[in-house]
Design a protein around this ligand. Sequence first.
Ligand code: PMP
Length: 399
Amino acid sequence: GIIMFEHVDAYAGDPIFSLVEQFMKDPREDKVNLTIGFYFDEDGKVPNFSSVDKAKVWAADNPPASPVYLPMDGLPDYRVAVKSLAFGDALPLVDSRLASTQSLGGSGALKVGADLLKRYFPDSELWVSDPTWENHHSIFKGAGVKVNTYRYYNPQTKMLDFSGMLEDLNQLPEKAIVLLHPCCHNPTGIDLTNEQWQQVVDVVKQRNLLAFFDMAYQGFGFGLNEDTQAIKLMAESGQPFLLAQSFSKIFSLYSERVGALYVVCESPETAETIQGQLKFTVRTNYSTPPSSGARLVNHVLASDALTDEWKTELEVMRERMHTMRQQLVTKLGELRPDVDFSYLAAQVGMFSYTGFSPEQIKRLKDEFGVYLIASGRMCVAGLNTRNIEATAKAFAAVC
Ligand code: PMP
């Protein structure tokens, strides 16, 4: 017979998605899902924003004037609206030397950025934090970029290894690409202080490195403005950099695939050239982006009333995650005063790194029905007032 695809390896699947499947099949009623990075509300549901729902009603009543393709770099109004959100009051520092494109979520922004960098910085390698979101490795490797790590998490202290991070960045060759999480680090929940960010920005500038920020959780940390401090410091430095922005979580538009990629260039002239190359990169990947998600985000951001409503809803999410994290730490302190859980309280955003060993993770799942991913990352948004007690008891039992 014909031999064609027989040499193809099976895809092992994504371990997080497999674990979610296992969770779904688990018959225990009191099981707790702290695995996948979705924002769950108090009822354990992934909610829609009412502000975005209103935009959906508007969109249904106001279809695009013409059904033709969007420009390769996306909906023009959207590109204007979302850059204000990403850069805030630092926008005037970069606006004249900014290239940008709508993207297929944060992942699509990373991929277009990786392709662009591979083409024009073929000798540059990427450095990501150890650990980082697993797909950072895969997306950049997929674009042909070699991926290395810089020190970030110290398993002994369960805190940031900032001196290790700085030491590693200080040894990178010129034009090395450095992936940075401006807020709500995935998977650890450990962020830098503004003073530490300033030191990182100084090293990036001194060594002429190319920072690539990946911002998937703006507003989940301390606030929309607060969470962009690192980006503002980089903007002030004058150093060129890239930024990937995602609206999957912060607009609950996961499946619409909506985000943006920014390239802050050294001059308006190079920004214009890069704008063209962004279009080319999109053209050679998927030609042009879809319009629905971008129209929704743009509609919310174009209306002061809807923007205020969206901001309030985002704040409720942020506050809820913060409260759940604090309550978990308080309960753990009562159950196990002999163990220091303060590191959990210091973490920020949707994730926490528990520091649990693979054996502890297995016991949590097998004995208590509490599911964390293998690295020990917990999705804090999976906690609610009904499961937090049981989660704290399970954590206390395996320590
Ligand atoms: N970056 C990080 C750090 C993420 O955690 C994620 C996914 N949650 C993304 C990028 C990609 O998000 P998107 O769904 O918008 O592609």
